[in-house]
Design a protein around this ligand. Sequence first.
Ligand code: F6P
Length: 328
Amino acid sequence: MRIGILTSGGDSPGMNAAVRAAVRCGTAHGLQMAGIKHGYVGLISGDVIPLDSRAVGGIIERGGTFLGSARSKEFMSPDGRQKALTSIDAAGLDGLIVVGGNGSLAGARWLQENGVPTVGIPASIDNDIYGSAMAIGVDTALNTVVENLDRIRDTAISHDRAFVVEVMGRESGYIALMGGLAGGAEVVLVPEFPETLADVSEHVLAGLRKGKHHSIIVVAEGFAAIGAGQTEKSSGRVVSNFLEQTGTIETRLSILGHLQRGGSPSAFDRILASRLGNAAVHILAEGKSGVMVALTGQELTSVPLSEIIRPSENFKPEIYDLINEIAN
Ligand code: F6P
């Protein structure tokens, strides 16, 4: 049995650990393992390399993905998908493991429905995948956000300033929410709860009236202020410009950007990725497929790939309320 593995979409710390575990557990059970370079791009072009245990040595601590990743436009087209099926046949793959986020897992579902036994592994710093309590990379990204918020607070306190910190999350406010809670933010702005800029300014002023001299406002990149007619791409810039122009408080902007996606994976992410890589291989070896392996509570479960289009339940409104209460 020959199993291919690919990493796809936005990379996340721990993807290497998942590939390592799948390859080592697969070879230990007599399976032939193969890596597909650059996600669905390599699946279409047939860029497939054999992987043995030694080929995945020295990568558990490395961020990014040594296989490479991509957001393949071609795989969205019927023609691209047919080419992928042809390449899978040519490479003699009997099964596939797809490590990635929602878009990548939707591709996995299509492959499964078109005759390729496929298992998904959730990996996305956004943590917005249905059925997965923690995706690979989330813990590391949150730690990166918190470390940076701590540094920013040092200078915010020194200068009695507000800092608007823009974090990732085009469609999901999870990183802003959890990073904001752990980093002690005064205000968190997320796509799930739009507000007016006047309300944001009022939150900051309320803090000043209570004796605060600085303020940390964490903004998800997908936040859009109500009625702002936003033309600026950066949600953080919109908020910081407003606070500065209305004289609410001297304000600086910090956009964390892609540094949130890099870095050595945390112990949590390495452990999670190793467990999920192993579980995915076992499912395929047992002749099963069409599922994503995921963490629910402390245990691993299997979620049908067909269910993953449902909205994630990881964004908890009660955390948003908690942040506002603690910011008091
Ligand atoms: O999907 C994860 C994510 O990190 C989003 O939070 C972010 O908006 C996006 O990827 C950025 O993608 P890219 O690296 O393609 O610009």
